[in-house]
Design a binder for this molecule. Structure first.
Ligand code: ADP
Length: 478
């Protein structure tokens, strides 16, 4: 098996160590061996990015746009092969994985256009004879740290804007999913990105991630991952005055009101809570359901869940792939036990099951008779586990929906314009969904949350420029 290498200062280099990439649908299947960078290599990557910055940031925006477009096109052209790789290493189903790859391609194409959209402002000064211009400039070297659950889309939505606005990048992907990151790096290199502008440094978060966050020549850090890691990264980055952006967890509510269309409610709940094995930060883990539809809704959800196939991510007909690894599976099962101990009723699922190949298979778990203060309703589980909280009416449902330290996505299923409009305004989340699942977003509009879910500027769409550029105000006397 050939070692997949890191890309540092324009060269593919061996690491200090290597890890095996294991298929969670079949732990006998080793996808590849991936080099792990050491801290000296990370240092080299950062310095190479620093050296490349002056030319890249002042070079032709036409060339930059074309490079991003080529990357996007190459991803789209290879979406079937890359989707297979992604499903094989992460465990989401083939259609989900292929969809994610396509989205990554579209993101690069979007930012190929965005390169040409950067504009400034020219204003008269309050002082006669002066003009004031407000322009945006790139930051410098950006450290990008990504999680395992979207192995190509999240790297894409950080790398594409970083490069588009003229920054250089050191990219550290999650340890569990180096395959998609490496394939993406190959595409970026083949598209003609100059040496040092883009660097791939695979390695453990506590070593390589930590070194990146603390490096004095890294001007900004964009991180997606867990809340604990995010907090530590923010403290370290702010400690040395680096710009930082964090996307962390969610405990997203889906409110279902009495007047909801039942099929829509079931579709939103099942898709939002359990597809992608519930391993999305936008997953609906709390189903807040008003009393008049509560029993009918649960009955219909359970019927739907019983028809879902939990199996190998690459198999035709699989609806839910495996959990990503043993540690995550253990966490899911621990929370299932916690929920039962707290007095919630496990109505279905939550069992580890065996399939033709050894993997981390867990049936979708639905808790009922839960209360908002239970740990399963307060802490992010990040697996195929959801709970139903009964509410008396819309007002109580809204209060429960907002009663969380998170605020990423929130949904409502209702036919009432009044309640939908009220919810859009008063939901304390960065993204609000009406009659659509809490998970599943467009790539050209801002993504991000409030409260403990996110920190710093929004990602994606033209809003990404808030993080990846800095503003300059210049005064000119005629
Ligand atoms: P999870 O628990 O889901 O793996 P993490 O927040 O630990 O989530 O991981 C998200 C990303 O952050 C990964 O790329 C991981 O390697 C990285 N990471 C983990 N610990 C640190 C750290 N101390 N400093 C920087 N990055 C880290």
């Amino acid at each position: 098996m050939t070692l997949k290498k890191n890309y540092i200062a324009g060269e593919w280099v061996d690491g200090e160590d290597a890890i095996a990439n294991i298929n969670p649908s079949d732990t006998n299947d080793v996808i590849g061996e991936y080099a792990q960078a050491g801290t000296a290599q990370l240092e080299e990557a950062v310095l190479a990015a620093r050296r490349a910055f002056p030319a890249w940031s002042t070079g032709s925006i036409q060339a930059r746009s074309e490079i991003l477009d080529r990357i996007g096109q190459a991803i789209l052209d290879r979406r079937v092969e890359l989707g297979r790789l992604l499903a094989r290493e992460e465990g989401k189903t083939l259609p989900e994985a292929t969809g994610e790859v396509a989205r990554a391609g579209q993101i690069f194409k979007y930012f190929a256009g965005e390169v040409l959209q950067l504009r400034g402002e020219l204003q008269p000064s309050v002082r006669p004879g002066l003009d004031v211009s407000v322009t945006r400039e790139p930051l410098g070297v950006i450290g990008l740290i990504t999680p395992w659950n979207f192995p190509i889309a999240i790297p894409a939505w950080k790398i594409a804007p970083a490069l588009a606005y003229g920054n250089c990048v050191v990219f550290k992907p999650a340890e569990l999913v180096p395959g998609s990151a490496h394939a993406l790096a190959e595409i970026i290199v083949a598209a003609g990105v100059p040496a040092g502008v883009f660097n791939l440094a695979m390695g453990p978060g506590r070593v390589i991630g930590d070194a990146l966050v603390n490096h004095p020549h890294v001007d900004a850090v964009s991180f997606t991952g867990s809340q604990n890691t995010g907090r530590n990264i923010a403290a370290a980055a702010i400690g040395r005055m680096a710009k930082v952006q964090l996307e962390m967890g969610g405990k997203n509510p889906l409110v279902v009101l009495d007047d909801a269309d039942l099929d829509t409610a079931v579709e939103c709940a099942v898709n939002g809570a359990f597809f992608s094995t519930g391993q999305r930060c936008t997953a609906s883990s709390r189903l807040v359901v008003t009393a008049g539809i509560h029993d009918r809704f649960i009955e219909a959800v359970v019927e739907r869940l019983n028809g879902l196939v939990v199996d190998d991510a690459l198999k035709d007909g699989t609806h839910i792939g495996p959990v990503v690894d043993e540690r995550q599976l253990q966490q899911d099962q621990d929370y299932i036990n916690i929920g039962s101990d707290e007095g919630a009723q496990l109505l279905c699922g939550g069992e580890r099951v065996e399939r033709a190949t050894p993997g981390f298979y867990l049936t979708p778990a639905l808790f009922t008779e839960t209360t908002a203060d239970m740990r399963i309703n307060r802490e992010e589980i990040f697996g195929p586990v959801a709970s139903v909280i009964r509410a008396d009416d819309y007002e109580q449902a809204l209060a429960v929906a907002n009663d969380t330290e998170f605020g990423l996505s929130a949904g409502i299923v209702t036919q009432s314009l009044k309640h939908a409009s009220h919810f859009k305004r008063f939901s304390q989340a960065g993204m609000v969904m009406v009659n659509v699942p809490t998970a599943g977003v467009d790539y050209h509009v801002p993504f991000g949350g409030r409260k403990g879910s996110s920190y710093g500027a929004r990602e994606q769409g033209s809003y990404a420029r808030e993080f990846y550029t800095t503003v300059k105000t210049a005064y000119t006397s005629a």
